[in-house]
Design a binder for this molecule. Sequence first.
Ligand SMILES: NC(=O)C1=CN([C@@H]2O[C@H](COP(=O)(O)OP(=O)(O)OC[C@H]3O[C@@H](n4cnc5c(N)ncnc54)[C@H](OP(=O)(O)O)[C@@H]3O)[C@@H](O)[C@H]2O)C=CC1
Ligand SMILES: CC(=O)N[C@@H](CCC(=O)OP(=O)(O)O)C(=O)O
Length: 345
Amino acid sequence: MKVAIIGGTGYGAVELARFLQGHPYAELTTIISHSQDGVSFSEVYPHMAEIIDQSMESLDVEALSKKVNLVFFATPSNVSKDIAPALVEQGVTCIDLSGDFRLDSPLLYQTWYGAPAAEQDYLDQAVYGLSEIYRQEIKEAKLIANPGCYPTATLLGLIPAIQEKFITHQSIIVDGKTGVSGAGRGLSLPVHFSEMNDNTKAYKLGVHKHIPEMERFLTKEAKDSVQVNFTPHIVPMTRGIMTTIYADLQEEITQSEIEAFYQAFYQNAPFVRIRKSGSIPSTKEVYGSNYCDIALHVDKRTGKLIIVSVIDNLVKGAAGQAIQNMNIMNDWDEMAGLNVAPIYP
Ligand SMILES: NC(=O)C1=CN([C@@H]2O[C@H](COP(=O)(O)OP(=O)(O)OC[C@H]3O[C@@H](n4cnc5c(N)ncnc54)[C@H](OP(=O)(O)O)[C@@H]3O)[C@@H](O)[C@H]2O)C=CC1
Ligand SMILES: CC(=O)N[C@@H](CCC(=O)OP(=O)(O)O)C(=O)O
């Protein structure tokens, strides 16, 4: 199957390229770049020399739709919403790493992204690509809204407990930490070395665009309105997301019961690993891989469930999950091209 990437020089794109070059059934035939049209991919990313040397191209939707079966958008928000619909109409499957199709309400999109949304028809037909939860819908989709990095870690950690009503729907606190690559490759003052090294910062208090995304899918799974307090922090590491989640338990449950429940919930999910009591995951333990590692702690003293969920923001939080979704859509082995162990140390 022939695939293309749009947004060729960004971090999402280079991570897609890394996994696609070893994929057994998909071939990366086209890389689109609006800033480096005509330049070889390995000139921008020399670590890809003699692996992917092809020249990047400018975007021509008509020509692209004749050349490939599937397109990954690794573009900033407010780009795919104007391009993906035309590709979908031409029969090309689109998987969008940005947030353009993750919310179904144009008003919510305008509020949180500060720009007009995609047409309602496309917001309605887009399937949210949280692979482990929406596998059946993903199989049928033509347009995938690949989840955000923080929502991936948060939702995989919370959905089993919220579906099963182990926790209440109020007072859920999500404390998130991200590595600097989450901000993309573009240069900006806050991620400048001397601003970021030896430093940790909270940002976008109460206004992060991942809040409505988390709430949309927690509400869907709870069948009741759910709100979260989410505070993201940026920490001086290259990759990784850790979300530490606090929720009120609404029924008596023991540590071993909740662990057993999560183990069973994810028994057919090869990329979700539930830790045994006492083993707390760190971001390095999933580095470079598509795994999401989850630890659970029943705090009897405070009546809270504490969940720690870690992923690599560029893999399970972006490119890896996008390829996992492509695999699911094509009835391929879900792990095809992604079956790599984390890099450690
Ligand atoms: N980094 C991460 O951890 C995660 C990122 N995402 C999302 O994935 C998408 C890509 O992120 P990432 O790769 O990190 O970002 P980068 O900033 O590294 O790359 C984005 C690329 O998009 C292209 N681009 C930039 N502006 C425009 C524009 N106006 N029109 C068309 N193309 C443009 C550029 O490539 P070129 O000039 O070659 O076209 C640019 O390199 C974003 O929506 C991001 O929010 C999602 C989850 C995690
Ligand atoms: C450090 C940093 O800035 N991280 C980004 C990560 C989010 C992201 O990449 O956005 P989408 O997944 O929604 O497209 C942020 O917090 O906005």
